[in-house]
Design a protein around this ligand. Structure first.
Ligand code: SAH
Ligand code: SF4
Ligand code: F3S
Length: 454
């Protein structure tokens, strides 16, 4: 990774404390971590609550209206409790930042700085500018993804690290705001990604979690200028000494090519959890969503992945109540759910996002009907996920110990290859290590067990 220190040293004299709050997907979690690294390198100290911070940074999500509302409710709540005062510098960024930008400054006077997912590296400058001028700062636009070039090396993050391999998305699914908030898809160069992984491994990381809105379409440059596709990147990351597990999120079914399936077959370090969202089971709706695959093609894809890796756990995202979805369309989704038998999945009622193509479609289905569909879908998904959970009983799972269990400090919390959380009694020396745990009981979807042959 290229580390450009000039940007930071200009602000080394800055003193103050910061607090970062993150909403949204793992890509935002990654950005939130990088903002902490950046502000720390620029001389600010991290506070444990907004109350103790001079600067409060909000990394927000715009994917559904509810996610967007959350940030404004949170600011109001903090103002009400005195957690933030008129002296607090409030910097709002992430996907809401780039979507609403200047409008936010009119809507909420306590917001001082607006940044976007691609301008996080300029946050120290924005803070200095606001401190000097007391005039709102808006800096959301950047064509390139040079933000990665300005990041200091990450310090220890625990046993598992997120590594963003690409920014943005060009798929333009008709319901989705992400292409407008995060911009067109761009892949990071291979060497940058590998350097970041190596740095994490030297800090004790065992699991690398590769992130992108559509990791399957990764096409970053190799050192010689040739293009590296996702399957090749998987082999490269797997070859780094010390990488014990690789996860990746999110896969788009349309780009899940045979070479990626082959890599899953060949590379044991790839986890058993493959998140590959179908969204809906009706071809008519998939077409209206601009998803570019049919339910049949999706089912065939899952068959191929399962043939390559029989222990795989396939999970998905679903949207119910897309404009014009009929009862019949919804039944198609229920049919696919029974056919594929997904493991733990996410499902949402369609949320109209201003500026997206679907926002102009007629949407006559009453909210109650949509909620009823969501309830039925979630109930069925839950039943199937419970079957998978029960099937773990008596098995031995190779798990990465992530830390101490929050609920019971005498227990450790680990993650199995399937993505399931596993808790068991053990010494804290095991944190950061791979252990085998025999599953003896389950609570909801958490597996409980005992360690075998450490
Ligand atoms: N890039 C990923 C999805 C990222 S957004 C992919 O293509 O699979 C995460 C999830 O939010 C989506 O999979 C979708 O299920 C949901 N989502 C996105 N836009 C939405 C909207 N307008 N209303 C409801 N759910 C939405
Ligand atoms: Fe949104 Fe579709 Fe891109 Fe996923 S692939 S981020 S759903 S536009
Ligand atoms: Fe939300 Fe942006 Fe992620 S809209 S889901 S934080 S890409």
């Amino acid at each position: 990774m290229t580390t450009n220190t000039t940007l930071n040293t200009n602000f080394k004299l800055q003193v103050g404390t910061f607090y970062v709050e993150v909403w949204g997907c793992q890509m935002n979690v990654y950005d939130g971590g990088r903002i902490r690294d950046l502000l720390s390198a620029a001389g600010y100290a991290q506070a444990s609550s907004p109350k103790d911070a001079d600067i409060v940074v909000l990394v927000t999500c715009a994917v559904r209206a509810k996610a967007e509302d959350k940030v404004f409710n949170q600011i109001a709540a903090w103002q009400h409790t005195g957690e933030i005062t008129k002296n607090t510098i409030v910097a709002l960024g992430g996907c809401v930042g780039s979507e609403l930008a200047e409008k936010i400054l009119d809507l909420n006077k306590s917001v001082n700085i607006i940044f976007g997912p691609r301008t996080i590296h300029r946050l120290p400058q924005m803070i200095s500018q606001f401190a000097a001028t007391h005039k709102p700062v808006v800096d959301v636009a950047a064509e390139a993804i040079d933000k990665f070039d300005y990041m200091p090396e990450s310090g220890p993050v625990g046993p598992s690290a997120f590594v963003t391999i690409m920014e943005g998305c060009s798929n333009k699914c008709t319901y989705c705001i992400v292409p407008y908030t995060r911009g067109e898809e761009q892949s990071r160069p291979v060497q940058d990604i590998l350097d970041e992984c190596v740095n994490h491994i030297s800090n004790g990381v065992k699991e690398i979690h590769l992130l992108g809105q559509n990791v399957n379409s990764y096409h970053g440059l190799n050192n010689d200028g040739s293009i590296c596709h996702f399957s090749s990147l998987l082999y490269e990351v797997a070859a780094i000494p010390g990488v014990e597990r690789i996860r990746f999120t999110t896969s788009n079914p349309m780009d899940f090519t045979d070479d990626i399936i082959e890599a899953i077959k060949n590379l044991d370090v790839i986890s058993d959890q493959i998140h590959v969202p179908i969204q809906a089971g009706s071809d008519r709706i998939l077409q209206a969503m601009h998803r570019r695959y049919t339910a049949k093609q999706y089912i065939e894809l899952v068959k191929k992945i399962r043939a390559a890796r029989p222990s795989v756990h396939i999970s998905s995202d679903f949207i119910v109540g897309f404009p014009g979805e009929t009862d019949e369309d919804f039944e198609q989704t229920m049919k696919v759910v029974d056919e594929v038998r997904f493991d733990q999945s996410f499902s949402f009622v369609y949320s109209k996002r201003p500026g997206t193509p679907a926002a102009t479609l007629e949407d006559p289905t009453p909210k109650e009907v949509k909620m009823e569909r969501l309830y039925r879908l979630q109930k069925r998904l839950e039943e199937i996920a419970s079957d998978y959970t029960q099937a773990f009983l008596g098995t031995t799972q190779k798990c990465l110990v992530e830390g101490v269990s929050r609920k019971d400090e005498s227990e450790l919390k680990a993650r199995a290859s399937s993505g399931r959380i596993v808790v068991f009694k053990g010494s804290t020396d095991l944190v950061g290590k791979m252990v085998n745990v025999k599953i003896t009981s389950v609570i909801a979807h958490t597996l409980k067990g005992e360690i075998v042959n450490e």
